[in-house]
Design a protein. Sequence first.
Lengths: 498, 235
Amino acid sequence: MAAATVQAPPLREYPVIPILAPDAMAGSKPYPATEKMNEALGFPGKLVDGWQEKAVLKIGELVAKNRGLRVFLDACVHCGACTDKCHYFLGTGDPKNMPVARQDLFRKVYRRYFTLSGKLVPKLVGAEDLTESVLEDWTKYFNQCSECRRCSVYCPYGIDTAEITMAAKEVMDSIGVGQKYTNEIIGKVHKIGNNLGLPGPALKNTLETLEEEVKEETGLDVRFPLDEKGAEVLVVVPSADFFAEPHVFSLVGYAKVFHAAGIRWTLSSHASEAANFGVFIGSQDQMKAIAGRVREASLELGVRRIVVGECGHAWRVAYSFWNTLIGPFDYLDARYPVPQHICELTYDLIQRGAIAFDREKNDAHVVTFHDSCNVARASGMGGIPRGQFIIPRAVIRAAANRFHDMAPETINEHTFCCGGGGGLLTDELLDLRVKGALPRMEALQKVVDEHGVNFMATICAICKAQFAKVLPYYKFDMGMIGGVHQLVSNAIRLGRND
Amino acid sequence: MPVLTILYACLFYAAAAVLAAGLAWKIAEYARAPAPLKIPTTPAPATQAGVVGRMAREVVLFESLFRANKWIWLFGWVFHVALLLVLVRHLRYFTDPVWGVVAIAQPFGIYAGLAMLAGLAGLWARRFLVERIRYISTYSDHLMLALLAAIAATGLAMKYVAHTDIVSVKAFMLGLMAFDWQPLPADPVLLVHLALVALLMAVFPASKLLHAPGVFFSPTRNQADDSRERRHVTA
């Protein structure tokens, strides 16, 4: 089931587009969700009788209620612009990881059942029945797409493979073919409140321990409040921030920023998760239910602002979808954007001179920044053009002296996915994840060689977890990866408000 | 009235009807389907005016394609611009008196015919020579290129090899539009040219040529980046 071996491709000085290696990744497939996991989300437990018909009906339903999907399925001309843009293709050479070929796994079925040409002359237009082997391909290759949208930047019609992957996952979920990692985690959020299944009391303990540790380090009472009514700001972070390394260092950074700026904030045990895996499986209902916890918590706690921590897809959902799903936010302070990213908040405080740094405290770090795909290509920051690229870098530069960007074709909207996004951050897909990281690793190697970079900052929990795991496969130290607010934490001047 | 004229007249009425009705149907489908969430590919403009600018750059300059691949952009852009000029040149068969701009475009239209063929040749060559594009190409991709190339080639043949009676052709076309049929010259190259054009019109709404209307409805390109400022809701 899981790939037996994990093989990192060699880093090349001049990356070239790989020669096609058909079926190179045909063995890569995630574990299926159990009946219980599927049913907990309202999906059929296992492959339903008459699944072909039901899947086709579902496709019809999806194209009728999603203009984007319909246009994307019709408009592709097979020009090939996207063929060399996917990190999984670049890392594996498997032709089905070319964005257009991945889309075609879905498109050929759509053509067969929903277009005149596909019904009349299927062979001519590449239309195909939804057979068992097609479904098998779906379970493999729609779980080799991290929904990073890099291909959509280059498509002349803006076709977004992520939307097609999400649709395929919706169809699969609707016939009982769920993916274990995502569906299990969504179940945990509904039941306990976060992806890690960390219950309230454990959370409280963790935060108290953090307070003690920071007290030891700084001698100050930097607080990590939980469920404090009347706080001004509700902070929603990816749950990995509570204890995983390096994530937790950024949580300490957020706490220090609030401390230094004298802003009363709180975390919530009800909404103890910024991540929203509903987006990965394309389910608007799931997305809404998960996001709904944040609205409930903000009302319950009576906060005036909502701030989101360092998490890429969470920021996409928050920035782009929250207003639609759980808005309007007319009960919050209109002077601040809703939601606000922690980097926006910190940047704003820096601009106003409300916080300051001893930059030399980060002099041991030669820093580069990895743009996370969902921040780069599916959101914005600061209400300024390209703010999502400018603001995190500005925060880093405020906190550290030594910063070097990676090659321009690998950052900003051109950034490469870490290789673990989209609900693929699971061990049985490790070989895929390692290979998918290749383009980023090659860009990193360059700045390591040229500038001695030894720290790659990022603002995404998945990126952090993924890199911590795959960096060693490329002979890098796993400690190279960290958060932007980890650097903030190292250098921020405290002591004004204690 | 020769049988041929009747046949071609009917052919063009049918092709035009399929094109118009098919496109209207597809466009209505796109327009009716809701866009449930905001999904612009960012960085995206924050205003509607900005979106118009982005779409204009996309449609006129093929901006995204330019960033993706210079060869595909070159061949694709040359083909499309040339096609536009050729279509403008052909307006002289449908207007009487000929519009000023159409008259001006006449000499350019001829070069455009050649450029169009060159662009198509480049795009087609890639379908054979580039392994990745060979892999994704379907029969219909090749046939579409063949159809367009054949239309261009027969058109150029009438200019450079075997002239046809264009005065009669114009009379035929104007007659079609006025429902006052005039005889069509029985020139084989012309008949092939016209039949292929009718075929192209007919397959348009059922083929990948839907990229033409589709791009305007693409939410990653036509949505503004204003999700926090404006609550996006669809019925």
